[in-house]
Write a protein that binds this ligand. Structure first.
Ligand SMILES: C[S@+](CC[C@H](N)C(=O)[O-])C[C@H]1O[C@@H](n2cnc3c(N)ncnc32)[C@H](O)[C@@H]1O
Length: 341
């Protein structure tokens, strides 16, 4: 293991907003944030936009360190390396307020850093992160919970903080439950031959070549892919398919190789489809260790995950479950490759 290298494990922040003008929200909401404001937010985090794509439902940005998704009432921002993701909270709330939108929900998740000592404030440890989030959230988000979900693998745990608005909770309860689920996959010790394919070939078509050569384009053939190859190595992509996004980020360097896959779906989808998608994503990277975190109001999604990993030679090592107010149930499962352990 290298003494220090690029930190692949991402920090992920999801913020939900509401506003009094349903027409404006249905139309654009947060998508009306101008690019200068987004740049200001990203400057605080210390990353930049490298490419962007949008459709009728949302905008997807590939960042110098991972991805940003902007929906009318929801923002998802995911950054790796030594970025200071939580510094985006205050400016995002400020710019959303200017659009007449109020924060009603917040979810922060991350795995265990490979190089925790390289992380700057406020990411030096989870306690400090939670303190920082709490200090920057408005007091109306009073249903708060922080938890470190364990696994049996050393240095593989899942850090979760959620907060929601008190006035939103009864409304959520009366409404039909949120049908969206999120799957976050973290993979380490990638297959070495595969990892080599993410070292840059010169030219503008490098990212497209990587997408095709590795089979990433087959994970969801219906998605529009926005990909980016870093110099001398590294790869990021966002997939957009209707109102759904998927995203992949790869740190291919030997000694701390890492890839992540994330997607969203609906509990009303055919659950076998998501399982197939997951299988295809993991198969691309052939990792020695995998963690899968699902956030959902349904128990059906995660139960199939373990079965999906088995045929890939991945054995389930642990499964932890926890409930979070308004966010739902989070299941954190870890797997290791039988052949490589
Ligand atoms: C930004 S990408 C993908 C990020 C993703 N979260 C991950 O974990 O892999 C990271 C990879 O690109 C490489 N890289 C090259 N130039 C970079 C840059 N300007 N910013 C960030 N990463 C860069 C890093 O060494 C690393 O292998």
């Amino acid at each position: 293991m290298a003494v220090s290298g690029f930190e692949g494990f991402e920090k992920r922040l999801e913020l939900h907003f509401f506003g009094d003008d349903p027409v404006s929200i249905d139309n654009m909401g947060l998508r009306l944030l101008d690019f200068e404001s987004l740049e200001q937010v990203l400057h605080a985090v210390q990353c930049t936009v490298v490419s962007a794509v949008g459709n009728h439902f949302f905008d997807a940005y590939v960042l110098s360190e991972s991805s940003l998704f902007v929906y009318p009432t929801k923002i998802i921002i995911k950054t790796c390396g030594t970025t200071q993701l939580l510094k985006s909270i205050r400016p995002l709330i400020h710019f959303a307020n200017k659009l007449g939108l109020t924060l009603c929900g917040c979810r922060y998740t991350r795995g265990s850093f490979i190089f925790p000592k390289s992380q700057p404030f406020p990411h030096t440890n989870f306690k400090e992160e939670v303190t920082y989030i709490e200090e920057n959230l408005p007091i109306n988000l009073c249903y708060r919970k922080a938890s470190v979900m364990p696994s049996k693998l050393p240095s593989y745990s899942w850090h979760v903080f959620t907060a929601s608005d008190q006035t939103q909770l009864p409304r959520f309860a009366l409404k039909s439950p949120d049908d969206t689920f999120t799957v976050e996959v973290c993979m380490t010790e990638l297959d070495r031959l595969l990892a080599r394919k993410f070292f840059n070939k010169s030219g503008d078509s490098a990212s497209k070549e990587m997408t095709e050569l590795t089979g990433i384009d087959n994970i969801n053939p219906g998605a529009i892919i926005c990909d980016f190859a870093f110099d001398p190595c590294g790869y990021s992509m966002n997939g957009i398919d209707g109102d759904r996004y998927s995203t992949i980020h790869v740190t291919p360097e030997d000694g701390y190789s890492y890839a992540s896959f994330e997607c969203i779906g609906s509990i009303y989808d055919d659950q076998d489809d998501i399982v197939e998608t997951l299988k295809k994503a993991v198969q691309v990277f052939k990792p020695a260790t995998v963690s899968v975190s699902t956030t959902s109001n349904s128990h059906e999604v995660w139960t199939k995950v373990a079965h999906a990993m088995e045929p890939l030679g991945l054995k389930c090592r642990s499964c932890a479950m926890d409930e979070f107010p308004a966010a739902g149930t989070i299941i954190f499962q870890t797997f290791t490759a039988a052949r490589r352990k």
